[in-house]
Write a protein that binds this ligand. Sequence first.
Ligand SMILES: Cc1cc2nc3c(=O)[nH]c(=O)nc-3n(C[C@H](O)[C@H](O)[C@H](O)COP(=O)(O)OP(=O)(O)OC[C@H]3O[C@@H](n4cnc5c(N)ncnc54)[C@H](O)[C@@H]3O)c2cc1C
Ligand code: FES
Length: 257
Amino acid sequence: MKFVEYGEIVENIKIGANAYKMTIVLPKISAEAKPGQFVNVYTGLGEMILPRPISINEYDAEKGTLAIIYQVSGKGSEYFTTLPVGTEVRCVGPLGNGFMIDNEIKKNIIVGGGIGLPPLVELIKHLDGENHVFIGSRTTPILVERLEELGAKVHIATDDGSVGFKGNVVQLLDEVKPEGGMIYSCGPKVMLKYLAKWAMENNIPCQVSLEERMACGIGACVGCAIKIQKKGESDWQHLKVCKDGPVFFGDEVIWDE
Ligand SMILES: Cc1cc2nc3c(=O)[nH]c(=O)nc-3n(C[C@H](O)[C@H](O)[C@H](O)COP(=O)(O)OP(=O)(O)OC[C@H]3O[C@@H](n4cnc5c(N)ncnc54)[C@H](O)[C@@H]3O)c2cc1C
Ligand code: FES
């Protein structure tokens, strides 16, 4: 079930070079949320009618709060940085289906690229097994302390080699060759494409959380359609990232489009 809620911002702080954390009081949405889902956040401005879809970073159903982490990539996200504590924002959520959690699995591989990392924090709170997080980042990544606090073993790859392995996160996986029963991932599409390929070669099921440009965010337009070929089916079909995803199995996505 999804809700429209006007929530008060209780925190809106810079946490990285281009990353901000906003915590909002959203009791209904936080009570229903699952790891990997997202919320549509509205600017409330006439010139920016469409909502901005942002992954849920963490939620606390008892406190009725929900946190998002966003980077400035355009006018809407720039505007979010200016909102002081106490401002009310219109949010719709929780949206999408989130990750399919399998707690029979004792060792999980979690892969996050750049601003794809935030939803993986809530995810690991729900995973019973050992969590090995692989981060791909241009430079010093965000959220490492929080992930370690939650008991995850963190491995880092940076493009410039300033922290951890020099290279991309799939090259790091190839170097470490971790064992695991499931890969849970979120990040740029190109990273997810090569990760899905790596997972197939290594026989590890891989869930990818995709990011497509969205308009409505609730399944009412076809702005976010992608091609998916379900296992056992002879042909592909168009599915909506906002409603049918954003999480899919990597070997079901038709990547080269
Ligand atoms: C399921 C999902 C989860 C996401 N989670 C996060 C997150 O946790 N943190 C974060 O920083 N960003 C996240 N994004 C990307 C975020 O939605 C865009 O960066 C943001 O909408 C850009 O808005 P803007 O006004 O700053 O940019 P503009 O380019 O000015 O936006 C113009 C329009 O295009 C849409 N748009 C632009 N880029 C994207 C995009 N990448 N995906 C979808 N719509 C887009 C906007 O919503 C807006 O309607 C997510 C996107 C999706 C689809
Ligand atoms: S954004 Fe409208 S259907 Fe997905």
